[in-house]
Design a protein around this ligand. Structure first.
Ligand code: HEC
Ligand code: HEC
Length: 325
């Protein structure tokens, strides 16, 4: 009797061991552990591995006599042109940026800015050709960028992890930009603004600029990326309230299609997709109805865009939180 209980217990123990072993193996196989190891630490060492690896900074920049790239600013102390390494140089650049903008830049703010919006300050003698390192193909995430900043600070400057982790107002704005871009699948919001101007601004306003055929998109990020993405891919799937498509047929049988933008006792205004406003007298209306499942927003916008355009414009819209710049 006791012997058989002992056997059962032993069997159960073996079974438990087998399960634990299988669990471990599966985690290892599915990369669960590898993933944990690839989260970069926000330290100069973490940043160093990004600089000379995934960040591909070394393909354009050398650091003192390390590296062989020559076409972009050397980030170490080098020759006549770069008397200070980037950590120290950043403090000088911050002074220039404070004077230019009237805002109070710290050295950390300058470094954050140089990665978030490289064209805000273009180093003298170089072209505005710095990569957007948080957009494809490099696509660093915010933590990787913070680590790189720690590394740059450690090059002759003051390592200030506190300022990296608790960003100033200036840096916080840039962090939000990078986070929005990575959340949107890694688009470049700067390029997204151009895509927006070319394809969307005739109908939509952002920051008080643009047309008013469609809804104001100034706070559109609050509706989330999925909503934005679907609105572009399938505009008619969910029509925004007040933007229904009306079809009006007059006594002669002529059809006018658009948004009803004015409605008085005697006449209505229909705004067409090209922004043209047609006034129709109520006496002249034979039929008037909302056409379900149809949007004034073109269905084929996506065809005129590359995948990159689509990602970029989404990244740009994910930055629109309803605040003015
Ligand atoms: C495609 C080439 C390219 C890549 C990749 C690149 N950069 Fe740059 N970078 C430039 C150019 C060109 C400039 C000078 C123009 C400017 O200031 O925007 C520059 C400027 C800078 C500056 C300002 C230097 C100064 O003297 O003030 C910093 C800092 C910087 N890059 C850091 C980085 C880091 C960190 C990475 C990697 C995560 C990186 N760059 C990747 C081309 C590149
Ligand atoms: C010809 C005018 C027109 C153009 C061009 C246009 N839209 Fe629209 N858009 C509209 C109208 C009208 C609506 C509201 C009807 C609907 O929901 O489909 C709308 C709705 C939207 C919405 C949902 C807004 C909300 O708050 O409900 C988003 C997001 C949007 N458009 C993004 C874009 C983007 C991005 C582009 C450019 C790639 C673009 N639109 C181009 C007219 C336009």
């Amino acid at each position: 009797m006791t012997r058989s209980i002992g056997k059962v217990l032993l069997f159960l123990l073996l079974l438990l061991g087998a399960f634990l072993w299988m669990g471990q193996t599966i985690t290892a196989m599915t990369g669960g552990e590898k993933k944990a190891a690839s989260i970069v630490e926000i330290t100069p060492e973490g940043g160093e591995s990004i600089f000379w690896g995934k960040g591909r900074c070394f393909t354009c920049h050398s650091l003192g006599d390390q590296g062989s790239a020559v076409r972009c600013p050397n980030l170490g102390q080098f020759g006549e042109k770069f008397l200070m390494p980037i950590g120290e140089r950043a403090a000088e650049r911050a002074k220039e940026r404070s004077e230019e903008t009237g805002e109070n830049y710290t050295a950390t703010d300058y470094l954050v800015e140089s990665l978030a919006v490289p064209s805000a300050y273009v180093v003298e003698g170089f072209k505005d050709e710095m990569a957007i390192v948080y957009a494809p193909p490099i696509a660093l995430n915010l933590n990787e960028i913070k680590a790189v900043i720690a590394y740059l600070q450690s090059q002759g400057g003051e390592l200030d992890l506190e300022a990296i982790e608790n960003p100033s107002e200036i840096s916080a704005k840039y962090y939000a930009r990078i986070a929005a871009a990575t959340a949107a699948g890694g688009g470049d919001p700067g390029a997204g603004l151009e895509v927006f101007d070319d394809n969307c601004a005739e109908c939509h306003k952002v920051q008080d600029e643009g047309g008013d055929v469609g809804p104001d998109l100034n706070a559109i990020s609050l509706k989330g990326l999925k909503f934005i993405s679907e609105s572009i891919l399938r505009p008619a799937k969910k029509i925004s309230k007040g933007y229904e498509t009306w079809v009006v047929v007059n006594q002669e049988g002529r059809r006018t299609i658009g948004l009803k933008t004015r409605d008085t006792a005697t006449e209505i205004d229909i705004t067409k997709d090209n922004g043209e406003v047609v006034t129709i007298s109520k006496a002249d209306i034979k039929e008037i109805a909302i056409e379900e499942g149809r949007s004034i927003m073109p269905e084929d916008l996506i065809e005129a865009m590359t995948v990159k355009d689509f990602q970029d414009v989404q990244a740009y819209l994910m930055m629109q939180k309803g605040e003015s710049e």
